[in-house]
Design a protein around this ligand. Structure first.
Ligand code: DON
Length: 303
């Protein structure tokens, strides 16, 4: 393998040359106007080093990547009880699909589609106030990233609250199947704030070290939970493009409509990539391409 610093700086250059950026998420007004021609990549390795290229100090909206942290927090709280309310299978439908929830009689098929994440956050919210639930998720992220400089962008949370009709539809459908314990508005307020957490790729890569089982990672997630979350990232982390991500990259990954991707190379590296333009599945277009280049050039695919 060539030198990792050279590999990622080469990927950064190539992505700018190709300039195939996609379109930032249009359904969240606060994200819609972000310039698409931005790229960042950070890689934390087993030797304790972080290699970065591009805008790796720019905070971006982690959006659905927060579903990984919410899942870890909720599993830590209630363990396997969560699985009575949410499944562990990929969907083959969009992240915000409504039809599949009807097919599945109100039990979301996995914790990474919106409906599944809403149920996961509902389970965490029971017995606590929204600010406590958010503080738990944020606290976990800060511990995993070993950085206190991780914040919520209130404008993004508000933007989603104002336009979140689809998530409201999902929450009310869950309620109709007795799969929600909390008031939908209170719950969605919590969910929108969790999605509006911002991180840099340097911070996000640092946070993934626990999932990658790197030797210097802080000891905040059990190995059993890390293994299970990785399995779900591999099978469901990119929604109806999860199979393609597995095919192209061969590593567990979780995307967000802010254009971020968290990728785990077990025992080798934790990788964060950001480019805000999306493909038709709501996953970062240039980010996915960069992930495939990195996996190819490092040989880190698990297969
Ligand atoms: O609920 C939503 O629609 C967004 N806050 C998160 C969706 C998302 O990031 C899907 N990821 N690719």
């Amino acid at each position: 393998m060539a030198d990792l610093a050279e590999i990622i700086s080469g990927i950064n250059e190539r992505i700018h040359e190709e300039a195939d950026w996609g379109v930032p998420a249009q359904y969240i007004p606060e994200l819609a106007g972000i310039p698409a021609d931005q790229f960042a990549i950070s890689v934390c390795t087993a030797n304790g080093r972080t290699y970065s290229a591009g805008s790796s100090h720019v905070p971006f909206s982690i959006q659905s990547i927060s579903k990984v942290f919410a899942l870890v927090t909720t599993l830590g709280r209630i363990g396997d009880q969560l699985w009575t309310r949410v499944g562990r299978e990929p969907t083959g439908t969009a992240f915000d699909a409504i039809s599949i929830l009807e097919t599945d009689a109100g039990r979301p098929r996995n914790p990474f589609i919106n409906a599944g994440a809403i149920v996961t956050t509902d389970a965490l919210l029971s017995g606590r106030e929204p600010r406590q639930a958010i503080a738990e998720i944020l606290g976990l992220i800060r511990a995993m990233a070993e950085s206190d400089e991780v914040y919520i962008n209130a404008k993004v949370a508000r933007s989603e609250k104002e336009t979140g009709a689809r998530n409201r539809a999902l929450a009310h459908y869950l309620l109709s199947h007795d799969n929600l314990d909390n008031d939908p508005e209170k719950l969605l307020g919590t969910y929108f704030h969790q999605c509006a957490i911002e991180m840099t790729t340097d911070q996000l890569a640092m946070s993934g070290r626990c999932l990658a089982d790197l030797p210097n990672a802080p000891n905040v997630i059990s190995r059993t939970h890390a293994r299970r979350v990785n399995a779900l990232m591999m099978s469901c982390g990119h929604y109806d493009a999860s199979g393609e991500f597995s095919y192209q990259v061969g590593l567990p990954g979780k995307s967000g409509v802010g254009g971020g991707i968290l990728i785990v190379a077990p025992r080798k590296a934790s990788i964060a990539i950001w480019s805000p333009g999306l493909d038709g599945y709501g996953n970062s277009k240039a980010g996915t391409r960069a992930a495939a280049m990195l996996s190819h050039q490092t040989g880190w695919s698990v297969f």
